[in-house]
Design a protein around this ligand. Structure first.
Ligand code: NAD
Length: 367
């Protein structure tokens, strides 16, 4: 039976979800709320949604499923607003917020006793881009889509949500709300703090040591890439997961002190073990295998340093949706360099490998 879905917030996440829902459920009506007209217009024009409003309350009573895809603070204030609206009996309400406890607590505070089902959710994919203009139907492909069920989640809700979101091609998983915030503080929130701290430290240092800017290369780039993230989103993430993040910061200070002490003592064995342990741990981690969070499908081409070689490869790959291309300059030794091309899925990767090996004599490696 065709359903009416209401997506509030037609930003990167909300608009990409709309595209994914349409892919598997073209008969569903998707209603969209957005504060600014620009994303409303894009979402309507691109057929992501069927109808749009800037008045959140107006569409809520029409929906079978409501997805709030807004900043955390706004998600909480709309949950509060929903509690006073005359919604369809049994409506499912979900969200997309990057932290879960504050949102699930708010839902429990405002929605308990109402004839609704609420399930917290966090699609673990994104980018530094914002707005409906950046929407991508493949954004969530192979990414974890986390649900944090609570006492407000009625039994069929998860199945209904998974069915609704099947076109996202994400990997659904359920986890306790607080555990979600603890785990993401370690693997996502704290790394963002580190990246931005390192960036700021380096920028300050570079004021007196101009060469620091010039010499910063691959390692520095990899460590600081996420310092380009959207500041508003990260401010609200840190403020809605304070205790857990503070705990990670304290823990990290101790680790830095330990390395500092080993260096000051000149303890070669401890320093070697420190690096070796981290290397082994990283190699054993899921990001090293296919399909981990943020993982992509990478292909390395050993290319000669000749004019137009990259253009030639890109020409071969026309029509294959690559997500990133990168020249590993550090690996260049005289004439050879390594071109790293990342794809969204295994099919594209295989197709690219085939095209390049068939049409060139370059060595292709998949790691
Ligand atoms: P976005 O900036 O692309 O979109 C945010 C949306 O919220 C826009 O539609 C904007 O108009 C609306 N909005 C902002 N402030 C508002 C306000 N005060 N009142 C009404 N509407 C308002 O952001 P996004 O990346 O789509 O993020 C949406 C949610 O998804 C956030 O909770 C974020 O934590 C979460 N999330 C983001 C990512 C990511 O990497 N971008 C990943 C996973 C989850």
């Amino acid at each position: 039976m065709a359903k009416t879905i209401y997506i509030a917030g037609l930003g990167l996440i909300g608009a990409s979800m709309a595209l994914g829902i349409k892919r598997d459920h073209p008969d569903y009506e998707i209603l969209g709320y957005n504060r600014s007209q620009a994303s409303r217009d894009i979402a309507l024009k691109e057929g992501m949604i069927d109808r749009a409003t800037d008045d959140f309350a107006s569409f809520a009573p029409l929906a079978d499923i409501i997805i709030l895809s807004l900043p955390i603070k706004q998600t909480i204030s709309f949950i509060k607003e929903l509690a006073d609206l005359d919604l369809k009996e049994g409506v499912i309400i979900s969200d997309a917020g990057s932290t879960k406890s504050a949102i699930v607590d708010a839902a429990e505070q405002y929605l308990t006793g109402k004839p609704v089902s609420f399930v917290g959710a966090h699609p673990m994919a994104g980018s530094h881009k914002t707005g409906a203009a950046s929407a991508d139907v493949n954004l969530f492909e192979n990414a974890y889509y986390i649900f944090t069920p609570s006492s407000l989640t009625s039994p069929d809700t998860l199945e209904e949500m998974k069915n609704l979101l099947s076109g996202l091609h994400a990997r659904f998983i359920e986890i306790d709300t607080k555990e979600h915030d603890r785990v993401t503080s370690q693997i996502s929130h704290f790394p963002h703090i580190l990246a931005s701290s390192l960036m700021e430290q380096t920028a300050t240092y570079a004021q007196e040591h101009e060469m620091a800017r010039r010499f910063a290369a691959g390692g520095f780039r990899d460590m600081t890439r996420i310092a380009e993230s959207e500041p508003g989103m990260w401010t609200s993430i840190l403020l809605s997961n304070r205790e857990t993040i503070l705990d990670r910061i304290e823990d990290f200070k101790e680790r830095l002190d330990e390395v500092g002490q080993a260096i000051s003592k000149g303890d070669e064995e401890q320093i070697w073990n420190f690096f070796n342990q981290a290397r082994e741990q990283r190699q054993a981690m899921e990001i090293h295998k296919r399909g981990g969070v943020d993982s992509s499908y990478d292909l390395y081409v050993d290319v000669p340093d000749e004019e137009d070689v990259i253009l030639r490869i890109l020409e071969l790959l026309r029509g294959t949706s690559l997500v990133n291309i990168h020249i590993n300059e550090e690996n260049r030794e005289d004439i050879h360099g390594i071109l790293q091309i990342s794809f969204r899925n295994a099919q594209d990767l295989e197709r690219a490998e085939h095209l390049i090996t068939e049409n060139t004599d370059y060595t292709v490696v998949i790691k």
